[in-house]
Design a protein around this ligand. Structure first.
Ligand SMILES: Cc1cc2nc3c(=O)[nH]c(=O)nc-3n(C[C@H](O)[C@H](O)[C@H](O)COP(=O)(O)OP(=O)(O)OC[C@H]3O[C@@H](n4cnc5c(N)ncnc54)[C@H](O)[C@@H]3O)c2cc1C
Length: 423
């Protein structure tokens, strides 16, 4: 990651943002726009985080939290051992078993309905927020709102998915049968006989996740923000000033700090007295030259849970949800499985194939945590964006800036209060 390895000090008014992924960067930009001095802390290094390795899809259609009985009913068919995309890393059972217990509690009808309303509230302005941010970054073409396609090999599953045709949530997205001409164009490019598919409107993609990160970092610098390379290892709350200990033995002493460290946010939140039961949902991608793959929008091959997205001259295929610890090693077998799917689909990946894996930060109710701490003055948080961190990053940045301006004025964020996990 391109972070200048300098050691700027944090002045008393500086907001220290812990985590330089999409969420931390979007928050940093909006805080700077609001006139707040910002220092952004991130260790950088390899592999880059999910903010870099994601599928690039602005998934405004996703207003149903995955904490649901519907997801549970489908889980056995989705298991990796049964050829699906859902895996549980046995060695990490102590991490995902307690998560599973909380997840089950979040699947109740009331919790699910609350989750749908909360996600719809965020999604309704997610695409406009991306367009505002792209304009602010001076790169309106970073965001493409050309929708995406979901296609099926199984006629039965395709017919069942037809029940979702129509407007989504408050109407910010829409699902339609895929135009026969476009379906035919895709059929000529892939090997399996596609039974059918659907086109989504109001959704889209970014030009390239790495371009978004570069543009955000550039804007942070232009707006006077600074970067510091380092990992926060402990937070010692103080009366007015807090002490943030870094892995190089030094410390920062900010009055205000924002925890936006993705799947790595738990420890620092616990230091502040908060319970943040994150699980790492590891995902995988493979990528190579796109060759003659047409300029289709993102295509979800639903029966295989594989998303294929073109980023310029490159084609990226993503898949898998592997419940694990953030620091666990990836499973090379998953890249092999992904390569096998891509080969079976006939999707062209030319030249050397690169591989990547990283953890989605997920809370048991599949809602993010966004807000101001009610336990520690000056502590703010924005993490837990699960499968939707790219989609919700621009909106989150704006909301966090609003929270810092007026913590009491953000009643609509009650569903994202970390205190929901206090008991
Ligand atoms: C395969 C895959 C595909 C995905 N596709 C999509 C998609 O199409 N659309 C979508 O909306 N979402 C997608 N996601 C989810 C999305 O990528 C994540 O939700 C998002 O990246 C979370 O952003 P973040 O900034 O919270 O965390 P991260 O991207 O994990 O960034 C966290 C940052 O914090 C830093 N950090 C960690 N610990 C510390 C510390 N102690 N001190 C300082 N810094 C620290 C890390 O170095 C990192 O830079 C996908 C995820 C995966 C894995």
């Amino acid at each position: 990651m391109d972070l200048t390895d300098q050691r700027p000090a944090a002045g008393p008014d500086t907001v220290v943002v812990v985590g330089g992924g999409l969420i931390g960067l979007c928050c940093a930009v909006q805080l700077l726009v609001a006139g707040e001095p910002v220092l952004l802390l991130d260790p950088g290094g390899d592999p880059p985080p999910p903010s870099w390795g994601n599928a690039g899809h602005i998934a405004t259609e996703c207003i149903e939290p995955l904490a649901s009985w519907k997801t549970l009913r489908e889980a056995p068919r989705q298991l990796y051992s049964a050829g699906g995309s859902l895996a549980f890393r046995p060695a990490d059972l102590p991490a995902w078993l307690p998560f599973a217990a909380r997840y089950l509690r979040a699947c109740t009808a009331a919790s699910y309905a609350n989750g749908v309303a909360a996600l719809d509230y965020l999604m309704a302005d997610a695409m406009p927020a991306w367009k505002r941010l792209a304009a602010l970054l001076g790169e309106p073409d970073l965001v493409r709102d050309h929708g995406h396609w979901v296609v099926y090999e199984s006629a039965r599953r395709c017919a069942a998915a037809g029940r979702g045709v129509g407007p989504i949530g408050s109407g910010h997205a829409r699902c339609l049968p895929l135009d026969p001409g476009l379906l035919e164009a895709l059929r000529t490019r892939v090997r399996p006989a596609l039974a059918g598919g659907y086109a989504y409107e109001g959704t889209g993609q970014v030009r390239r996740p790495a371009d978004v990160l570069d543009a955000l970092r550039r804007r942070v610098r232009e707006l006077g923000g600074s970067f510091r390379r380092g990992r926060a290892v402990r937070l010692a709350p103080g009366r007015g000033q807090h002490r943030l200990l870094l892995d190089d033995g030094t410390a920062l002493e900010p009055r205000r700090l924002l925890i936006a460290a993705g799947a790595w946010s738990t420890g620092l939140m616990e230091d502040a007295g908060h319970h943040a039961p994150l699980i790492a949902e590891r995902g995988y991608h493979i990528e190579a030259e796109a060759g003659d793959w047409a300029d289709f929008p993102s295509v979800v091959f639903e029966d295989r849970s594989v998303v294929v997205t073109r980023f310029g001259e490159r084609l990226r295929a993503t898949s898998f949800v592997e419940f694990s610890r953030a620091e666990s090693a990836p499973d090379a077998g998953k890249w092999q499985r992904l390569k096998a799917h891509v080969a079976a689909l006939g999707v062209p990946l030319h030249g050397p194939i690169t591989t990547w894996s990283g953890p989605r930060p997920t809370l048991p109710d599949y809602l993010p945590a966004i807000g101001a701490s009610r336990r520690l003055s000056g502590l703010y948080y924005a993490f837990g964006h699960q499968h939707l961190g790219l989609t919700l990053a621009a909106r989150t940045g704006e909301l966090v800036a609003a929270v810092l301006r007026d913590p009491a004025g953000t009643a609509r964020l009650a569903a994202f209060d970390i205190e929901r996990f206090a008991s």
